[in-house]
Design a protein around this ligand. Structure first.
Ligand code: 2BA
Length: 109
């Protein structure tokens, strides 16, 4: 068995949930926060038999869009020597960041 951990944008999470349910995959959604943008995203935990990992990957790939996001860092309001001019940074986010790990033991009581 494998555990697929997928970090997706909030905008894609409902659609991904629906697709996973439709295809018969069990999943848990966790509210998460990106370390770089510090904005909300969604982490899916999907336990799946090894022979269905590719199918899950395809569902995620088909559902999650890549988007550009521009952030402007907060200006530093400290002393004059610390002040800097904030500049917008544009980054490409997603479609999804996916990890696949081996499950040593699985129990469902
Ligand atoms: P964030 O950490 O908020 O990152 C959002 C986007 O910012 C990233 O998109 C990437 O394009 C950019 N970015 C991240 N770190 C950067 C850095 N040090 N310098 C410049 N640009 C940077 P994605 O790569 O699609 O990542 C989307 C989200 O997936 C991330 O949100 C984070 O929550 C998760 N993620 C990405 N890589 C990860 C990793 N190696 N381990 C755990 N989570 C990861």
């Amino acid at each position: 068995m494998k555990l697929v951990i997928a970090v997706v944008q909030d905008k894609d999470s409902n659609k991904l949930s629906q697709q996973l349910v439709k295809k018969g995959f069990g999943a848990t959604k966790l509210a998460s926060t990106g370390g770089f943008l510090k904005s909300g995203n969604t982490t899916f935990l999907i336990g799946v038999e090894a022979d269905r990992v590719e199918e899950v990957m395809q569902v995620i790939k088909d559902t999650c869009e890549s988007r550009e996001t521009t952030i402007t860092p907060m200006s530093n309001m400290g002393s004059a020597s610390e002040t800097y001019v904030p500049y917008p940074v544009t980054v490409q986010v997603g479609g999804a960041t996916v990890f696949v790990v081996d499950v040593e033991h699985f129990a469902h009581f």
